[in-house]
Each structure stands twice: as C-alpha cells, then as structure tokens.
Design a protein around this ligand. Structure first.
Ligand SMILES: Nc1nc2c(ncn2[C@@H]2O[C@H](COP(=O)(O)OP(=O)(O)OP(=O)(O)O)[C@@H](O)[C@H]2O)c(=O)[nH]1
Ligand SMILES: [Mg+2]
Length: 257
C-alpha cells in the first residue's frame, strides 16, 4: 500500500502558504505525481485552489463566532482547538484518496497551529514518520538581516515544537531583486556574512544578544536549507520537490513521464 508524504506549509500571515500549496500541487500533477490539498484554515476566504479535504466542511469561523459570541481572534483560537476534534474524520477522508503527497495549508496565524496543542497533535496523529515542514520566510520581512534573524527564530521555534524534518522556503522570491535573493541565500549558508550584516545594522547594545542568537541560528542552518520559490514559472518548486523526495525516498523519483 502506498504511504503518503505529508507536507505542512507553515509561515506568518500572508507569507504565501495557500499560493505555494496551489502551485506545488499543479507542479507535481503536471509530472504525473498524485497529490491532494488539505485546508486547515477554518477562516480561509478566497483560496487560490479548491481543497480536496477542507476543515471548513467541519468547522466554520463564522458559526463559531455566532454560537459562542466571540470576536474574530477569540473564534480563531476556539477553532484552532476544535481542529483536533475533527481530525479522525479528516484522516479517513485523506486516506480515501490513496495519494502520494498531502499538501497541508495551515492557518494564517502560525501561532494557532504551531504553539497550541492541536497542531502538534494533528501532525503526530496523521503520520509522524512521513511528515515534513516547509517553513515560509516572507521576503518583505526577511530582506534585512535583523528581519531574517527574527524569521529564522520563528522557524526554529516551529522546528523545536513540531520536531519534524524542516526546509526553509524563501517564498515570493520574485518580489526581491536577483541581488537581494543572493544576499539572503548567502546569509542562510554563511553565518559569518549574516553576523557582519547584523553588526552593520544593529546598535551596539544588541551585539551580545545577537551573538548568542547567531550561534543558535548557525546550528539550525547546518541542518536545513533555504529554497527560494515564487508563483511565476514554478520558481524553485522542482528544488523543493527534490529536497522532500530525498528526505523520504532517498531521492527515488515518483515522476512518470
Ligand atoms: N509576487 C508574488 N506574490 C505572491 C506569491 N505568493 C503569494 N503571493 C501574494 O501574497 C499574498 C498572500 O498570499 P497567500 O498565498 O494568500 O498567503 P497565505 O500565507 O496563505 O496568507 P494567509 O493564509 O492569509 O496567512 C497574495 O496577495 C498572493 O497573491 C509569489 O510567489 N509572488
Ligand atoms: Mg492562506
């Protein structure tokens, strides 16, 4: 029986999660690899793709707001906790597809999925062995050194919390110039360069703190990689696919051409 690979697409609000879910699915399908999309955001509006499995079939943000007389933020938290109650049914729906890839689009606010209990429970319940996190770095926040470091700290928190193989994705890379993308890529590969950039940018009172943080980041970066992606021309999607295949299949390609 074939066993799916679960790819959780996680990142700060607006970092491009739903778009990446959409283009990754299109890319693999064009190459004859089966994939399904799962939407875990009960408040999602105007998704760029039609989810194959959709939490909104079980939970509606609007209904939770009306029933429990909650505002949008309180209702988001209630919905996040309710996700786990429906995960058994969702798992059955996912398994019925008998697919190769399950692309999981997570809620807009990353803390709802990463820091509350339900997210960790879901990852472990669906398939703890064959799950990978694609962590999206938003270029608007990552193009200066202190923003890049702050984003990586969230990526490290995610890694610490969910404890799965993880890849960093520089999403919407088409919004950066070629030079800017090169600089961010360099920072992801060379701690010295990131260190220099931080020291140039930060006031001296932050130096001591930055050095401690940079050591943490260096350890993290040694185990991960940064892949720039973008919605035009499937930028970077092949690299992302190859990285994931290497994690689980030792590089064996599922493509049928
Ligand atoms: N230029 C460019 N814009 C992008 C790309 N990916 C996403 N966007 C835009 O960025 C905005 C947010 O994209 P989404 O895919 O909705 O991001 P998200 O992380 O799912 O957003 P939330 O679920 O609301 O947190 C939209 O306006 C997208 O059109 C990209 O690769 N390039
Ligand atoms: Mg989204």
């Amino acid at each position: 029986m074939k066993e799916e690979i679960f790819v959780y697409i996680i990142g700060t609000a607006g970092s491009g999660k739903s778009t990446l879910t959409h283009i990754f699915k299109q890319w693999v399908e064009l190459r004859g690899v089966d994939a399904i999309t799962v939407n875990l955001d009960p408040g999602a509006e105007n998704l760029p793709y039609k989810p194959d499995v959709d939490i909104r079939d079980w939970i509606s943000l609007k209904e939770v707001m009306d029933t429990y007389k909650l505002g949008p933020n309180g209702a988001q938290i209630a919905c996040a906790d309710m996700l786990a109650l429906n995960i058994d049914d969702m798992k059955k729906s996912i398994e019925a597809f008998k697919t190769d890839y399950v692309l999981v689009d997570t809620p807009g606010q990353l803390e709802l999925f990463v820091f509350r209990e339900a997210g960790k429970y879901i990852v472990e319940f669906l398939n703890p062995q064959r799950s990978l996190i694609a962590y999206l770095l938003d270029p608007a926040l990552a193009k200066n050194a202190s923003g890049f470091v702050s984003q990586l700290l969230l990526a490290i928190s995610t890694n610490f919390r969910l404890n799965r193989p993880q890849v960093s994705v520089l999403s919407k890379a088409d919004m950066l110039t070629k030079e800017e993308t090169e600089v961010v890529t360099q920072w992801s590969q060379d701690a010295e360069q990131l260190h220099d950039a931080i020291l140039t940018e930060q006031a001296s009172i932050y130096r001591e703190m930055s050095e401690g943080i940079l050591r943490l980041i260096q350890d993290f970066q040694e185990q991960t990689t940064l892949i720039p992606t973008g919605k035009e021309d499937f930028l970077g999607i092949e690299d992302l696919y190859t990285f994931i295949q290497l994690q689980f299949e030792g590089g064996e390609d599922l493509m049928r051409d």
